[in-house]
Ligand binder design. Structure first.
Ligand code: F6P
Length: 396
């Protein structure tokens, strides 16, 4: 037992994610009830760690009461505040050198000092790969750190599941149940673009759970002609409509890289959105361009085919977490404090084959690349095979 820990800090970093508050509650409750510790919340992620005292808020049993079902985070997030590589600013914005390159400073010592000044002996860092990369770097500087794996994308290799994923899939499945209403009434092709960045876990799981016809994911190449054939089968079947799930990171119908923008607001410089429009257009063009002798694209009830894309975006990670995520977050949060108190202070909590465990942060993020422990969908995995058995076109 690490008796030198008397006061712990907790912070949330990266994008918001369902279950963050449930983790905050579990950490606070365990720390106080089981170990008699003092708990302080650090607001606004690593920016709060840099700003220090003004961003600290005491957490008590009372203050975390009732937050388990609340979306977002009572501590707020900052998405790309890496204090080890912090862009210098002045009144004109970002400061650049003579070659036009942004100048970065290492401000991490300010944060370490703030922890000392405020008597915080250990940190619980709740975040995804970017946030945990800094967590690893603080632990290598001697700060006692335990990480909790957060991301709706479920693409972190060191754990079987990240929290937020279950809620996101549930939201996407609910959305498809709504889209089916219009699909059925108008005999349309309804396309849902889901989040997940470069991983197709959300798309694949959503497609299976919603009984979709097609799932397009970044990990598996697809032929748009096969997508169209699969969609036609559903339009000609008794249900007379079709549902397609597209991961935001999937390639375009022409095989080009995913649609998105480069932006300084993303930790790795880019964001995805919009591939589903290209998929919808291609489906429409191909089906309506190949009519029968009567001029019907499909049948006398579906003379023309309309394909409509919906982007669920942040709705999939907003709102109340699912029961499964609430339980997972409570397990993760409580175990994080146990692990810290048992000396696992350079680790991240994880779930492996149903068992809670702690994985060294240096294994969680092994290199300087924040995506170095990325877990894509296994193209030969059981879920892809299951999807195909269920008649879902998943590409290739
Ligand atoms: O990593 C979680 C995630 O929701 C991704 O699925 C998505 O691509 C990204 O974050 C969006 O981030 P932001 O809210 O910063 O645009």
């Amino acid at each position: 037992m690490d008796n030198s820990i008397k006061k712990i800090g907790i912070m949330t970093g990266g994008g918001d994610c369902p279950g963050l508050n449930a983790v905050i509650r579990a950490v606070t409750t365990t720390a106080i009830n089981k170990y008699g510790l003092e708990v302080v919340g650090i607001k606004n992620g690593y920016r709060g760690l840099y700003l220090g005292e003004s961003q600290l808020v005491p957490l008590t049993i009372d203050s975390v009461e009732g937050i388990i079902g609340k979306g977002g985070t009572i501590l707020y997030n900052s998405n790309k505040d890496n204090l080890f590589k912090y862009p210098r600013r002045n009144k004109d914005g970002l400061v650049k050198d003579e070659n036009g390159k942004i100048i970065y400073d290492d401000l991490s010592d300010v944060a370490v000092n703030n922890l000392k000044i405020n008597g915080i002996d250990a940190l619980v860092i709740v975040g995804g790969d970017g946030t945990l990369t800094s967590g690893r770097d603080y632990s290598n500087k001697g700060v006692k750190v335990i990480g909790v794996p957060k991301t709706i994308d479920n693409d972190l290799n060191s754990t079987d599941v990240t929290f937020g994923f279950d809620t996101a899939v549930n939201r996407c499945v609910d959305a498809i149940e709504c889209l089916k209403t219009t699909g059925e009434a108008h005999h349309r092709v309804m396309i849902l673009e889901v989040m997940g960045r470069d991983a197709g876990h959300i798309a694949l799981n959503t497609a299976i759970a919603a009984g979709a016809d097609v799932a397009l994911i970044p990990e598996i190449r697809y032929d748009i002609a096969n997508v169209v054939e699969r969609v036609k089968v559903s339009l000609r079947s008794a249900k007379q409509f079709s549902v397609v799930v597209v991961a935001e990171g999937a390639p375009t119908p022409s095989g080009a890289a995913a649609v998105g923008i480069t932006t300084e607001f993303a930790p790795d410089g880019y964001k995805y959105k919009g591939v589903s429009d290209a998929v919808a257009k291609e489906i429409e063009t191909r089906i309506n361009g190949d009519r029968d002798d009567n001029g019907y694209a499909i049948s006398e009830t579906i003379m023309d085919v309309e394909a409509r894309a919906t982007v669920i975006g942040h709705i999939s990670r907003g709102g109340s977490p699912s029961s499964a995520d609430r339980i997972l977050c409570t397990r993760y949060g409580s175990y994080a404090v146990d692990a810290l108190m048992n000396g696992k202070n350079k680790h991240m909590v994880a779930l492996k084959q149903g068992e809670l465990t702690a994985v060294p942060l240096n294994e969680v993020i092994p290199t300087s690349d924040i995506h170095s422990n990325f877990r894509p969908v296994d193209p030969n995995g059981e879920l892809v095979k299951l999807a195909r058995t269920m008649g879902i076109y998943v590409g290739e």
